[in-house]
Design a protein around this ligand. Structure first.
Ligand code: UDP
Ligand code: MG
Length: 321
């Protein structure tokens, strides 16, 4: 088998309902490109039949397929990182397994890479997701634009192409809680964005609960900006100045009008508000500290159970990292 020029990395978590449709469309689209390619499926600890389906597909197309089976559920971004460590192509494309991004668009990404770009971002034309996700995603995009140096129109679209250089750099990072499109962007020298089609999920349901989306967005914010910590200092400064002013006002008032006894409930309201601010600040600090803690423990990021690949392949870099 020739060294592939294109590696397509696909994280798979409980996608049994849609995998066969994905195989059919993906391999047809890639064959049409007429360049040596490999598809790396990373099974992120699926509890359904996904692993079996992937193994079947490996038997059908062993020369173009590699399957990495992780021993647990480590999340989409960690699964992709596992795929990156194994990828050997010069161009690496990430794709979701749910056919929301049509595999037929991979050709466009490859063409842009051949034009000399090292990062091809994507914008979903007519995004097919629920209204609240579109709104929340818009808000997070705006927040990211303001607090980081990462410039992209649609951070959520995972169908992207990266150069070998960017992937090598990502592999050196050892990041734990990360957001791959943003991480890759920080290493890109000639990024470009193109529009791609977006479809409804072919089968199954979204693997992201509200909670896991929150966590992912915390990863994005804490991983690429310390602006929230600076906001905390700023809020603290404003509150201290405000209370100093109030203190002076009350002292003066005491000498002119006399002691103040009413307004107990106003005091409660203000106190509870400040409690809220303090707990929020602690929580936010905790988000950073917890991530520092996980990072310094330096445990293996994921464990690989098995790798399915043909023996013709050179030994893969599938050690735990
Ligand atoms: N995924 C994964 N591990 C997870 C959650 C998701 O590997 O813990 C994969 C999933 O199989 C899919 C991709 O990540 O290929 C995107 O997930 P999904 O389509 O559910 O996300 P959404 O489109 O709702 O953002
Ligand atoms: Mg999806």
């Amino acid at each position: 088998m020739k060294t592939p020029e294109l590696s397509v990395v696909i994280p798979v978590y409980n996608e049994e309902a849609g995998l066969n449709a994905l195989f059919a469309r993906l391999y047809t689209a890639l064959d049409a490109l007429a360049l040596p390619y490999e598809v790396i499926f990373v099974n992120d600890g699926s509890q359904d039949q996904s692993a079996t389906l992937l193994a079947n597909q490996f038997r059908i197309r062993p020369e173009n397929t590699r399957v990495i089976l992780l021993n647990g559920n480590y999340g989409q971004h960690m699964a992709i990182l596992a795929g990156f460590e194994a990828a050997r192509g010069e161009i690496i494309v990430t794709l979701d397994a749910d056919l929301q991004n049509p595999p037929e668009e991979i050709g466009k990404l490859v063409q842009k890479m051949h034009e000399g770009h090292d990062y091809v971002g994507t914008i979903r034309r007519q995004r097919q997701d629920s209204l609240w996700r579109r709104k929340a995603s818009r808000a997070m995009n705006q927040l990211r634009e303001r607090i980081t140096h990462i410039r992209m129109t649609d951070q959520g679209c995972m169908m992207r192409a990266y150069s070998r250089h960017i992937i090598d750099t990502i592999n050196r990072c050892g990041e734990l809680n990360t957001f791959i499109p943003a991480l890759a962007y920080t290493f890109a020298q000639r990024p470009v964005e193109i529009e791609v089609a977006h479809e409804e999920r072919f089968a199954g349901t979204s693997k992201y609960s509200f909670y896991s989306l929150m966590r992912l967005n915390f990863d994005l914010v804490t991983g690429f900006s310390v602006a929230p910590l600076q906001w905390l200092s700023f809020i603290g400064l404003l509150l201290s100045l405000g209370s100093a002013g109030l203190f002076i006002l009350l002292i003066v008032r005491r000498f002119i009008v006399g002691a103040e006894v009413q307004g107990v409930f106003t005091l409660f309201a203000i106190t509870f508000f400040l409690f809220g601010v303090i707990i929020l600040a602690l929580g936010l600090l905790g988000e950073y500290v917890g991530r520092i803690y996980q990072q310094v423990r330096a445990r293996p990021r994921y464990l690989i159970q098995t790798v399915l690949e043909t023996s013709a392949n050179p030994p893969s870099t599938s050690r735990p990292s």
